[in-house]
Design a protein around this ligand. Structure first.
Ligand SMILES: [Zn+2]
Length: 319
């Protein structure tokens, strides 16, 4: 088991992981079990409720609401909220496939970051599967503007995020983080917590929403101070969290992305729009496999793949 680098084979978690925590919407205690899953299944949510189990795919086309967090919904009405930090942890730690069972309509918010998900994934470990990992390779730039927000994809041989935020609040201001996402670099962002302005949180509470949000899982910004007694985990915790959110949003692409994603004043909404724009521009991406050790004469690791690799770095298109 290694988290050092992405290999060319798909992965899942080695064993089941049980986690409990607060649901940020309901304020209720929710529990979740992460299960190992087969290759080419991706991330799937199994939602228990009313004696039934509903299924929702971890797919950007299932996104139904992005106002407070990312909500995924299936055609039959099954939905699951607050998926973004868990998906960020799975993607960031190089886990391609997982079945996620929740006993309600939301993933526990934990401490508002992805740290406890990462700890749990590390504890159980990673299992390599026999199928090659397939990447979505960005071939040309894509740009989406949404008011003052801009999101762009560029070709890049890795998964890199360049996230810039610009808030009027003196506690946040302008912050930027440009980072290649690997299982080791992901540790730099996985502890960054969700943040919100107290006035917005009060409005949500008055509307009966975000009932589980508290200083235990949110950095609350008041008029003149950060309300959390422990303060910030990093001076730039805000941009680190926005970067974490972007990893989670991009995890809904269906496969890891080989590209640079740059956002200015980004949001879940912007990230989702850019993913849709990329998907719809069929000439802007392709599916590739990467050879583990590029060689002059590449030998396919398994004959049953039936794919004749020709290029040193990238396999020919498979889709
Ligand atoms: Zn977040």
């Amino acid at each position: 088991m290694s988290f050092k680098s992405f290999s060319n084979r798909q992965t899942t978690i080695d064993n089941e992981v049980v986690m409990k925590g607060t649901g940020v919407h309901s304020g209720a205690e929710v529990s979740m079990i992460l299960h190992p899953a087969e290759a080419n299944t991706g991330y799937n949510f199994y939602v228990q409720g009313g004696g039934q189990i509903g299924h929702v795919s971890g797919d950007f086309r299932a996104v139904s609401n992005l106002t407070l967090c990312t909500v995924l919904s299936a055609a039959d009405g099954t939905s699951v909220a607050t998926v973004e930090h868990l998906l960020a942890a799975l993607r960031g730690m190089g886990i391609d496939n997982a079945a996620i069972e929740v006993d309600g309509n939301e993933v526990p918010v934990m401490d508002g970051s992805a740290e406890q998900f990462v700890d749990a994934i590390q504890e159980t470990g990673l299992r390599e599967l026999d199928e090659p990992r397939r990447y979505i390779k960005v071939l040309r730039p894509i740009e989406v503007r949404d008011g003052e927000s801009v999101g762009e994809f560029f070709p890049y041989n890795g998964f890199r995020l360049d996230v810039e935020i610009d808030f009027k609040s003196e506690f946040i201001g302008r912050q930027r983080l440009d980072i290649d996402i690997t299982p080791s670099s992901f540790k730099k962002i996985c502890r960054a917590r969700t943040f919100g302005f107290l006035k917005d949180v009060k409005q949500l509470w008055a509307a009966g929403r975000a009932l589980g949000s508290s200083l235990e899982n949110t950095v609350a910004i008041g008029d003149d101070r950060i309300l959390n007694p422990e303060g910030l985990r990093y001076p730039d915790e805000f941009v680190r969290h926005k970067t974490l959110d972007a990893v989670g949003d991009m995890a809904l692409a269906g496969a890891p992305i080989l590209g640079l994603y740059r956002s200015y004043r980004g949001s879940h909404r912007l990230n989702s729009k850019v993913l849709h724009a990329l998907y719809e521009a069929k000439d802007a991406w392709t599916i590739v496999e990467i050879a583990e050790k590029p060689a002059h004469r590449y030998v396919a690791p398994r004959a049953e793949f039936g794919i004749a690799f020709a290029m040193p770095n990238f396999a020919p298109e498979t889709a």
